[in-house]
Design a protein around this ligand. Structure first.
Ligand code: UD1
Ligand code: CA
Length: 536
């Protein structure tokens, strides 16, 4: 008895794919996150064949490199010159080694990404059930132009396959076509291949001629009509590539919906073949999930997200975000307008808000970066808050450096954290501070430049302007009445309010100004302190 598993799978992919107009081999063009060849390999994978060969020719280095990386068990077989599909199978069989006469060989083209494992499994099952020497997967289509026709006799038995270019008028009216997918018994296949000629319109060894040779030899040959002819469609140009991409998109999105994902707008939702979604997830419109992205139960993604190789935890919300190789924790909130670059990890119930870019950033549970910040090469503990317009200054022009922030830290708005630098647990930084030296746990670090008030400056320097009129309306007196007009930039004394701000003892250590030519003393600005923002 024949085994139910095919012994060998041969995928034909040596052709040039001229109509793609591409330097990349046709079978390496991608849809749904995989190359065409990868889709075919994964459909064929369900057959669990002992050996799989891919016949390569044009662009063989690129195809072989892809196989080595993504399917190392597959044997690339070089067909130097493309003498036809029969020749290609002959070359592949020679490379695959000894086969018993009854072993099953499945042959399929490398450019049919829509072919399903169910169809291949059914083909092989029928082939075995009928103990056929060859079983052809056929399709009945309206316009058979260009395809080989399946010729049957009065009893419906398959007699031959005739290529379009070799067909007479009567044969050309046949609408049952050869899909290019077959199951063969190895022995009869090898015998027939040895007898192929190039005596045809294209001067090639046609694999299709094997069918007629087997019939003539009295071998049992059958055809199985595919349920959905769309499955057998090959991709020959970029229009067909996009069309196949849409079909895969529809299939993947439908499968996701059936498995418990709400997809608000299937037409604008693109999910790659290797993405995994748990039940009770929601995908809003214009969302692209690429690579090995995983979305856990209850998470809501979109609208307008592009997530690549990203993991989203249960119950998280991700809105208008681009993320790549990022990990978003359970219950976290991301977006809108966030950019999570590779190596971002956001803990449980954390937040990355609007206009925030992160990279190689490990943010602990409940840590928040709510708005306008860059966080790169950083580790932040739990429950810390990174204020608006904070920058993790990680690059000195030569090397990248790390910033380590503890737990329960509050980084004031507009803090520049100049790496390498460490901020201890429970520490604060004042708004507008440049932090160049480590901040001990529980400390406040501020860069305190006194605020200068030049009284009456607007009235003197911008007379007649709307601002001057507003100042006058607010009771500011005419020029010359306040300060010295000859020395308007003179440093005024600190106000009582400023003097009252508590400055921690170590604040002189916050920045070594002598090392920092661009941050001289006396710069204008307030080193604000979180929680002290109401002072004037
Ligand atoms: C082939 C079939 C035709 C069928 C059609 C389905 C033959 C003679 N004809 O025609 O009956 O209806 O597919 O799409 O088989 N290839 C090689 N080496 C070669 C020649 C081809 O690897 O020397 C590969 C191609 O890269 C392609 C596949 O075999 O993946 C089919 O070859 P192609 O030239 O496209 O055959 P068709 O003319 O389309
Ligand atoms: Ca073809």
């Amino acid at each position: 008895m024949t085994s139910s598993r095919p012994v060998a799978v041969i995928i034909l992919a040596a052709g040039e794919g001229k109509r793609m107009r591409s330097t990349r081999p046709k079978v390496l063009h991608h849809i749904a996150g995989r190359s065409l060849l990868h889709h075919v390999l994964s459909a064929a994978g369900a057959l669990a064949a002992a050996r799989t060969a891919v016949v390569v020719g044009h662009g063989r280095e690129q195809v072989a490199a892809m196989l080595a990386e993504q399917a190392p068990e597959v044997v690339p077989v070089v067909q130097d010159r493309q003498h036809g599909t029969g020749h290609a199978v002959r070359v592949a069989l020679a490379a695959l080694g000894e086969l018993a006469p009854g072993d099953t060989v499945v042959v399929l083209p490398g450019d049919t990404p829509l072919l399903t494992s169910a169809t291949l499994t059914a083909l092989v099952a029928q082939h075995h059930a009928r103990a056929a020497a060859a079983t052809v997967l056929s399709a009945v289509i309206d316009d058979a132009t260009g395809y080989g026709r399946v010729v049957r006799d009065g009893d419906g038995a398959v007699r031959a396959i005739v290529e379009h270019r070799d067909a007479d008028a009567a044969t050309a009216t046949i609408r049952e076509i050869n899909t290019g997918v077959y199951a063969f018994a190895a022995g009869p296949l090898q015998t027939a291949l040895a007898r192929l000629t190039r005596d045809n319109a294209q001067g090639e060894e046609y694999l299709t001629d094997v069918v007629g040779l087997l019939v003539a030899a009295g071998q049992p040959v059958a055809a199985r009509v595919v349920d959905d002819p769309g499955e057998a469609g090959g991709v020959n140009d970029r229009v067909q590539l996009a069309a196949a991409g849409r079909v895969l998109r529809d299939r993947i999105v439908e499968a996701a919906m059936r498995a418990g994902t709400t997809v608000v707008d299937p037409r604008t939702t693109w999910i790659d073949a290797d993405v995994t979604l748990e039940p009770d997830t929601t995908i809003a419109p214009n969302t692209f999930l690429h690579g090995r992205t995983h979305v856990a139960r209850g998470a809501v993604i979109g609208p307008e997200c592009t997530l690549t190789d990203t993991t989203v935890g249960a119950g998280a919300t991700v809105l208008r975000t681009t993320a790549e190789r990022a990990e978003i924790g359970a219950g976290a909130v991301v977006g809108p307008y966030s950019h999570l670059r590779p190596g971002t990890r956001l803990g449980r119930e954390g937040k990355i808000g609007s206009f925030v870019e992160t990279k190689s950033a490990d943010l602990g549970n409940q840590t928040k970066v709510p708005h306008l910040a860059y966080v790169g090469d950083a580790v932040v503990g739990e429950r810390s808050n990174i204020g608006c317009t904070t920058v993790f200054v990680n690059y000195d022009g030569v090397a990248k450096h790390r910033t380590v922030i503890g737990s329960d830290v509050r980084i004031g708005s507009d803090t520049m954290l100049v790496a390498p630098v460490t901020v201890g647990d429970g520490a604060y930084t004042g708004a507008g501070s440049v932090i160049r030296e480590d901040v001990p746990p529980g400390a406040l670090a501020v860069r305190e430049g006194r605020q200068r008030i030049i009284e009456g400056w607007v009235s003197r320097r911008r007379p007649g302007s709307p601002a001057a009129r507003a100042a006058a309306a607010a009771g500011v007196q005419a020029p010359g009445s306040a300060g010295d007009p000859e020395h308007p930039d003179e440093m005024p004394q600190p106000s009582a309010a400023e003097a009252a701000v508590p400055i921690p003892a170590h604040q002189g250590d916050v920045a070594h100004r002598s090392e920092l030519p661009h941050t001289g003393e006396g710069e204008a600005g307030i080193a604000g302190i979180p929680g002290a923002g109401s002072r004037t």
